[in-house]
Design a protein around this ligand. Structure first.
Ligand code: SF4
Length: 350
């Protein structure tokens, strides 16, 4: 690259960042984990990290209540590291992707044990912590520590794929999107730059009917005005998900129901649940009292509830299970699948 070409690229990048940051200064979303632009506030890495972990695969609206409860109960990384695993799993119930809750605890404990309770401030050191992947390391490095990291979430992917008219299907397009974004990241305000792109994708460059007329990037956006704008970024062809079936057991005694804790590893690992058998491709031969359908990332499940008279016998079974008052099932921290099933059962009995 000649010196002149390099200056031109710098000017283009500066202009892009200035337009975007100017828009952000006027239009930033108010979020509980965020420091408002130009407020002079100092971001708390613990809150930034917690929000980023909660927001993976989930919406801001779904996360807000969980974030408030977590930070009230465990206001610092040391508080969360010292929490009881079962309390954290129960508080996480309903957010899904339960491996993230286990990693959340492992991460806080690594921060306390290996870093004196202070989150490391580089992308590489953050990525070395349990449960922190490329995206979370980059976003925490940028937002909490002002590092010029390249942050690419689904909103940012959409904005850049449209602005640059990248028609390669995902996930192959990720490399192109990253390469297009990297030279645009400013060394001043990289955290606001990342959050501005996230906000633009969430509020202006939306999947359906983007509001191009109000977009700060419209003057040089290559997709603007195209009839097929909603097609971008191009999604990979959908694979049919396998369908599995399973039985859950409703064992009731004296207004209580028998609940177990699922094994630590595997689906819904470590979560409280109704007992039951494995999930498989075969439809169960028993017809149940009620059943629910639930979509996991890689398969759909029909879970059918059947009555059993007594909990399984044996020392392991006793250690894993306990009677729980039916009137207090809300406090059991059941994951969404089992909440749906118990709700349906109780509606039926009402
Ligand atoms: S001009 Fe339209 S398509 Fe282009 S980035 Fe803005 S909102 Fe998205």
């Amino acid at each position: 690259m000649s010196v002149q070409t390099s200056h031109m690229a710098d000017d283009i990048a500066r202009d892009f960042a200035d337009r975007l940051l100017g828009w952000y200064d006027r239009s930033a979303r108010v979020l509980p984990w965020r420091i408002a632009p130009n407020s002079g506030g100092v971001p708390d890495p613990y809150r930034i990290w917690l929000a980023e972990v909660m927001l993976q695969q989930t919406t801001v609206a779904a996360v807000a209540g969980y974030f408030a409860r977590f930070t009230e109960r465990w206001p610092t990384v040391a508080d969360l590291a010292a929490a009881d695993d079962a309390d954290v799993m129960a508080a996480w119930a309903g957010l899904g992707y339960y491996a993230r809750a286990r990693n959340l605890l492992a991460c806080t404990r690594a921060v306390v044990r290996d870093h004196g309770g202070i989150f490391p401030d580089s992308e590489a050191a953050l990525r070395a912590l349990p449960g922190i992947g490329d995206y979370t390391a980059a976003s925490v490095a940028a937002i909490a520590f002002g590092r010029a990291a390249v942050v690419v979430d689904a909103n940012i992917e959409r904005v850049i794929a449209r602005h640059r008219l990248i028609e390669t299907p995902l996930p192959m397009a990720k490399r192109e999107i990253r390469a297009a974004l990297a030279p645009l990241v400013p060394t001043d305000r990289p955290g606001d730059f990342a959050q501005a792109l996230m906000d633009l994708g969430a509020t202006v460059c939306t999947p359906r009917s983007p509001a191009c007329a109000t977009c700060p990037l419209m003057t040089d956006c290559r997709a603007r005005g195209r009839a097929d704008i909603e097609r971008l970024p191009v999604k990979p062809p959908k694979k049919a998900k396998p369908h599995r079936h399973g039985l859950a057991h409703w064992i009731e005694r004296d207004a209580q129901v028998w609940l177990v804790r699922r094994p630590g590893k595997g689906m819904l690992g470590g979560m409280r649940a109704l007992p039951g058998g494995d999930w498989s491709d075969a439809r169960p031969s028993e017809s149940g009292i009620v059943s629910v359908d639930h979509g996991f990332t890689h398969f759909d499940l029909t879970l059918t509830l059947v009555r059993r008279d007594a909990p399984p016998q044996g020392p392991d079974a006793a250690a894993e299970g306990r009677w729980w008052p039916i009137a207090d099932l809300d406090a059991a921290g059941l994951p969404t699948l089992y909440r749906k099933l118990t709700d349906k059962m109780l509606e039926r009995d009402a």
